[in-house]
Design a protein around this ligand. Sequence first.
Ligand code: MN
Ligand code: MN
Length: 344
Amino acid sequence: MFFRTEKLLIPLEKPSSPDPVGAAAIQELLGGKFGEMSTLNNYLHQSFGFKEKKKLKPFYDLIASITTEELGHVELISTAINLMLEDSVKPGEPVDAPLREAAEQRNTHHTIVGGGGHQVMDSMGHFWSGQHVFSSGNLVTDLLHNFFLETGARMHKHRCYQMTTNEAARNVIGYLMVRGGVHQAAYALALRKITGVEVTKMLPTPNLDDSKIPEARKWQAIGSHRKLYTFSEKGEYSDVAGVWSGPADWADGEELEVLQGAPEYAADGPVIGECPTLFSPDYAPEEIYEIAAQLMQKGGVSPLQPGDGKHSRFQGSTPDSPGATQQEGRKTTATINDKPKKKK
Ligand code: MN
Ligand code: MN
């Protein structure tokens, strides 16, 4: 089973401007054959169907640890797409066709179906499919497939990087290039442990030069290309060190490291703002903001100041409210009443 924590793998901020055309391209990295949905689901289902996982624990632990990381990558790419779409639709009266620009975008599903949000599809609008999952029950074949998958994924990321200058997209791609390099090398190393074949010499590994990408260089500089995380605090997956150890002889020759838990740089993610033109989150958001504020008061999750009839986390009036900074300047009529609101 899985635990969830309210962090993004890396800090990510709202980009300086929206980029719906770039967002349509970046969809490939989420729902394409080599996208994050594919890496996640390949490893997820290989780990569920793994034969003799106790006898083969270092290899099982490798696939299991990378699975969990890939779930975080799905979250990262989705968040980047949502940030690229934020504010891409202008407010206006329906009669003036304020969505005309959105109709001209490559991916009209972002607006019509997603209400300004990502879709589980590739850059050509094909929905992600379980047919992209390869889980053969044969460990060597699966590892070889995974090595190939990571190799192709890095190539697609490199191409997508060159399709947009959007900061959110580039920050995520730069990071995922480095992490994909780790996964590519890890599967190559696992194959070497089993077969003795130097897979990293068959294809250059990493297959592309990350140092040409500034957003990747900063992660290399802190050694992210040598680190594997177990995403578990209890050391249940620490036998991954049987595979991921020794010198990174395909890179800088420094020692490979396994770390328990999640990366220390994981951070609070951005809050994506409302888009009234698309009825996101609803046609009258103030009302649900108010209901939510009252529920938070009830649950004691986000302490509200007693007697402050106007306080709401959406108005950003206390520094300790999590939404305070991101939500500042947003217009809302939400207030807290003493009496619970009656639903009509
Ligand atoms: Mn990934
Ligand atoms: Mn990967």
